[in-house]
Ligand binder design. Structure first.
Ligand code: BV8
Ligand code: ZN
Length: 246
C-alpha cells in the first residue's frame, strides 16, 4: 500500500485543479452511519430508501422528521475525522481544491475545506413546503412540534436535502460536472458509486483525461475505473497521502 500511496502522491503532485468527490464513507470515522449500514436499533427497521423520498415524507412526515432530527443530532455532535482534515489540508499544498460531497453533515466545512459543493443539500438547513422561508434549526426545535411547521405561513417544513427522485440543485450540479470535465485529478473517497447523478462524475473526469484515485475499504465500480485504487479507510489513507505529498 505504501508503494501505491507514493505512486498516487507522485502523480497528484503536478495537479493544479483537484476535485475531491466524497460519499457517506468519509464520515464513517466521525461516527456517522452510511446508508448501507444504518445505525442499529430504531432505524435498522426502516429502509432509508423509503424515508429519503418525498413520498415517504408525505406518507409519514413525523417519522421522516424524527429520522432527520436523529441524524441532525448525530451530525451536530460529530467531529471531522483525520480524513476530512487531510482533505482540507490539501488546499495548502498548492492545487485549487474543490470538494464535491454527497453528504449532508457539514463536516467538510467544519474541517476547514473552503470550497464545498453539497450535491444533496444539508441537514443543517430546511425550508417550508410552501414558500422558501429558510430557517435555522433552533427556530424550529423550540417549537417542540413534530413535524415542525413554518413559523411564518404554518406550512410543513422539510429538511433542505435532496431525496431520491428529486432533482439536485442546478447550480451545484452544473459546477460539479464542469469541474469533473476540467480538473487535472479527482480523488474519490467513501462512495459506493451507486447513486446518480453523483456516481457519473468520476467517469466524466476519467473521460476528460483526469487522473482518478479511489479510496475505499471495499472495491466499487469506481475502483475499477480509477487509475489508482487505495484500499482502506479514508481516515487512515488520506493522512498518509497528505504526508507523501508534503
Ligand atoms: C434524481 C441525501 C431525477 C438524503 C441522498 C430507479 C428507481 C428510482 C430512482 C432511480 C432509479 N435508478 C436511478 C435512480 C435515480 C436515483 C438513484 O441513483 N438511485 C439509486 C439508489 C439507484 N437518484 C436520485 O433519485 C437522485 N435524483 O435522479 O432525480 C430527476 C431529475 C430531474 C428532475 C426531477 C427528478 C437524487 C439522489 C440523491 C438522494 N439523496 N442523500 C440523505 O442523506 O438523507 S443519497 C444518499 O445515498 C447519500 O447521499 C449517498 O450519496 C447515497 C448512497 O449512500 P451509501 O450507500 O452509504 O453509499 P455511500 O456512497 O454514501 O458510502 C458508503 C461507501 O463508503 C461504501 O462504498 C463503503 O465501502 C465506504 N466506506 C465505509 N467505511 C469507509 C468507507 N470509505 C472510506 N472510509 C471509510 N472509513
Ligand atoms: Zn413558510
Amino acid at each position: 500500500m505504501q508503494q501505491l500511496i507514493a505512486e498516487a502522491a507522485g502523480r497528484l503532485a503536478g495537479a493544479r485543479c483537484l476535485a475531491v468527490l466524497t460519499g457517506a464513507g468519509v464520515s464513517k470515522e466521525s461516527g456517522l452511519a452510511t446508508f448501507r449500514d444504518p445505525e442499529q436499533g430504531l432505524w435498522a427497521r426502516y429502509d432509508p430508501m423509503q424515508l429519503a423520498t418525498i413520498e415517504g415524507f408525505h406518507r409519514n412526515p413525523k417519522l421522516v422528521w424524527e429520522w432527520y432530527e436523529h441524524r441532525f443530532g448525530l451530525a451536530r455532535s460529530a467531529r471531522p475525522n483525520p480524513g476530512h482534515l487531510a482533505i482540507a489540508a490539501l488546499e495548502k499544498l498548492g492545487p485549487k481544491v474543490t470538494v464535491i460531497t454527497q453528504n449532508i453533515d457539514g463536516l467538510h466545512q467544519a474541517a476547514g475545506s473552503t470550497d464545498v459543493i453539497e450535491l444533496h443539500g444539508s441537514i443543517l438547513r430546511h425550508r417550508c413546503l410552501r414558500g422558501h422561508c429558510g430557517f435555522d434549526w433552533s427556530d424550529v426545535l423550540e417549537q417542540g412540534q413534530m413535524p415542525p411547521h413554518c413559523p411564518r405561513c404554518q406550512a410543513l417544513l422539510r429538511p433542505e436535502v435532496v431525496w431520491f427522485g428529486e432533482a439536485l440543485p442546478e447550480r451545484e450540479l452544473e459546477r460539479a460536472f464542469e469541474l469533473s470535465e476540467s480538473c487535472d485529478a479527482m480523488l474519490v473517497v467513501g462512495t459506493s458509486g451507486v447513486v446518480q447523478p453523483a456516481a457519473s462524475l468520476p467517469f466524466v473526469a476519467a473521460r476528460a483525461g483526469a487522473l482518478v484515485i479511489d479510496v475505499n475499504p471495499e472495491r466499487t465500480p469506481i475502483s475499477a475505473l480509477a487509475d489508482i485504487y487505495l484500499e482502506g479507510a479514508g481516515g487512515v489513507v488520506l493522512p498518509q497521502l497528505l504526508e507523501a505529498l508534503r
